[in-house]
Design a binder for this molecule. Structure first.
Ligand code: LLP
Length: 422
């Protein structure tokens, strides 16, 4: 469920007509719903009520300060993967003890920053990283709380580019070597092992792969405890998928996911952390774009939008489907037309949808891409020298620009000429 609905023939974001935002900020733009963000956070928080827990928002999915502030105020922690994300989380008011640091290639500088600023735990992904973190912590006279991310060798049954839990993936420590690596960790004075971490992939639409991975985590917890390690915290990653094509997809609900966690891991008495990104932010955002031209090709019609692959790269990168809906609700019974929906960037890959059935459009009409809150704005670029598009946050009947569109001058002024070219 989200808060983007038609009322009286117009698409609204909560209580604000989307067309009104378009008139105020110009197109294309992203718009996020506060109520949807907090609702989705709450669903996870409630689903884990059976245990001590912390829902750490995977802010790689959507990292605008205002969005982080909304979630932090609702009680969320943050899952960060870089110094930049760590500093953004801090700037949004998230305390260090609610920030977990994930990622396969943390640098010594990033470790130092987080240790000095305060951190809940590092999710360590390899022996070399563990040794580096131990050295940094000792040099600061600190002890770094860690989990080890284990790779359970489970098929997440998702797009290959976002599956992370198979042994061929670069992530985590093979579960077969986990005991040895935990034994090594116990000898390092700069580290304190607190638990186990696992994340098997993103946009999972079934519970079975999670359950298979978590069953392995349960078994490993018992083994490591028998070896004398204190395992008090389980970080179960993110990955629960959302319905991109609303007409025919129904992934499991957070409540089902929570019940499965309780079933597989509840008996261990551990604190539970999860790192959902997409399920919190995905359906909380639209990308709104305008039709520039309707062009007739040899055998098809093209809808050429002012938004492009640089603004929303998911279709080009993962062949992702996004529902695309008109901002003016079509009259009941309106016949659909068929379009290839494309952007103006100079590559054929700049195609959002092929042969998509939507109501007939004319130049100047607005369309909204649904489920664009996650991995939309954060993956945007200025390819073709198209300035990053603005982000807007809605709260009830209010809206505010939370990242403005840079002017062309600002964009160009980021380059500098070397002396010899001046
Ligand atoms: N934790 C870790 C360690 C992760 O690597 C990720 C996502 C998450 C949590 C959050 O996963 P989520 O709940 O959002 O599925 N750009 C791609 C998705 C990349 C996901 C990367 N890691 C896309 O647009 O589909």
């Amino acid at each position: 469920m989200d808060h983007f609905t038609y009322r009286g023939g117009a698409l609204f974001a909560e209580d604000v007509p989307v067309a009104e935002i378009a008139a105020a900020v110009g197109t294309p733009f992203y718009v996020y719903s506060t109520a949807t963000l907090t609702r989705h956070f709450q669903l996870f928080d409630d689903a884990l009520a059976f245990a001590d827990h912390l829902v750490c928002f995977a802010m790689k999915s959507l990292s605008n300060q205002a969005v982080l502030r909304v979630l932090a105020q609702a009680g969320a922690g943050m899952d960060v993967v870089s110094a930049g994300e760590y500093l953004r989380a801090k700037a949004a008011g998230v305390p260090g003890d609610k920030i977990v640091f994930s990622g396969v290639g943390k640098t010594a500088d990033e470790m130092r920053l987080a240790l000095e600023g305060g951190i809940r735990q590092f999710n360590v992904e390899s022996e070399p990283e563990m040794i580096a973190l131990d050295a940094v912590a000792q040099s600061l006279g600190l002890v770094a709380p860690i989990t080890l991310r284990i790779n359970p060798d489970v098929d997440a049954k998702t797009h290959a580019k976002i599956a992370t839990g198979k042994s061929e993936n670069k992530f985590g420590i093979p579960i077969s070597r986990a005991r040895d690596v935990y034994a090594l960790a116990a000898t390092l004075r700069g580290l304190k092992v607190v638990g186990i971490d696992v994340h098997i992939g993103s946009q999972l639409t079934e519970l079975a792969p999670f359950e298979a991975a978590y069953a392995k985590v349960a078994e490993l917890t018992e083994t490591l405890r028998a070896d004398g390690h204190e395992i008090t915290r389980l970080d179960l990653g993110g990955g629960l998928g959302i319905p991109y094509a609303r007409s025919n997809e129904a992934p499991p609900l957070p409540s089902d996911y929570g019940a499965m966690i309780e079933r597989t891991l509840g008996h261990l008495g551990c604190e539970i952390e999860i790192e959902p990104g997409r399920l919190i932010s995905g359906n909380a955002g639209l990308m709104v774009s305008k039709v520039i031209y309707v062009k007739s090709g040899e055998d098809r019609d093209f809808l050429i939008l002012d938004g492009a692959m640089n603004d929303l790269i998911r279709p080009a990168m993962y062949d992702a489907w996004h529902d695309i809906v008109p901002v003016v609700e079509p009259a009941p019974g309106t016949a659909t037309a068929r379009y290839d929906i494309v952007g103006p960037v100079c590559e054929s890959g700049d195609t959002f949808a092929k042969g998509r059935e939507i109501p007939p459009m004319v130049a100047g009409d607005l369309v909204a891409f649904r489920s664009a809150g996650a991995y939309g704005a954060v993956m945007a670029s200025e390819y073709n020298s198209r300035p990053l598009i603005p982000e807007v946050l809605v709260h009830g009947d209010q809206f505010a620009v939370i990242r403005k569109r840079p002017s062309y001058e600002e964009m160009i002024a980021r380059d500098s000429l070397p002396e010899w070219l001046e």
